[in-house]
Design a protein around this ligand. Sequence first.
Ligand code: APR
Length: 248
Amino acid sequence: MPGKLPQEFTLSGLRKGRASVAVVTGAGIDAEAGIPTFRGDQGFYEDKEATYLASVNALEAEPSRVWHWYLKRFVSLHDTHPAHSHFALAKLEAELDEKFLGVITQNISGLHRKAGSQKVFEIHGCIQEMRNLKTGERQPLPNSWVESPPADEELISWRPNVCFFGESYDGFPLPEAEEACNSCDIMLVIGTSGVIPTPVLLSEMAQLSGAVVVNINPHPGKVDKVADMNFRGTAAEYFQEFFYHDQN
Ligand code: APR
């Protein structure tokens, strides 16, 4: 088992329910469901066009092109099933009840909700949602768009409800996420490189409120330095205890 954590910070330690827990997740947990991470080998952003099309400049300059790129991602993620680690977090939430303060995710895949998690703060938005440019009203993308994409006329008054590069977090649940960080005893940070500094800032915020931050990542990254302890393994290895029970 990679890197031994003190018992109280292991999954079985958390399940004793003595501590309130908040969780921050990144692309690493979605990687277990087959979705490439953003950085690293074969990362999503190896394709420079992706970095441009995920920017607010592209959204303003070429909304139709951005929409059609996003619709491809929407379709590709539509039938993706959550991984064991997503289900493990939903199970931990159910067990800890009010002691589970929420999953704060940078992922737009929607897999935490699909796995049954209730308290989910999608701080970068969700690919299954769109927002009306005039009213700000949010709506799910119609499933019919999986088979046949809409005409541009139908798209132009909407935008994906996702946080684009160069945009602020306005309209996304960052205040609720910060509330969870300020109130937890233990914060797990799972599968994020911290290249986008939000997980690092949320970790520092949690520590300032007296929480212990446990970073779960098989590779070193920017969260290492702020975390109180690093579990050098995968999310699946951290949640192994749940899987073991499921298999027997
Ligand atoms: N379990 C845990 N961590 C993993 C696993 C795994 N099975 N597999 C990979 N990782 C780790 C990698 O080591 C890496 O540190 O997941 C991290 C993924 O990092 P990034 O690809 O940079 O993704 P993330 O940190 O979520 O990106 C943040 O950047 O591009 C924006 O909006 C996008 O939300 C995204 C944000």
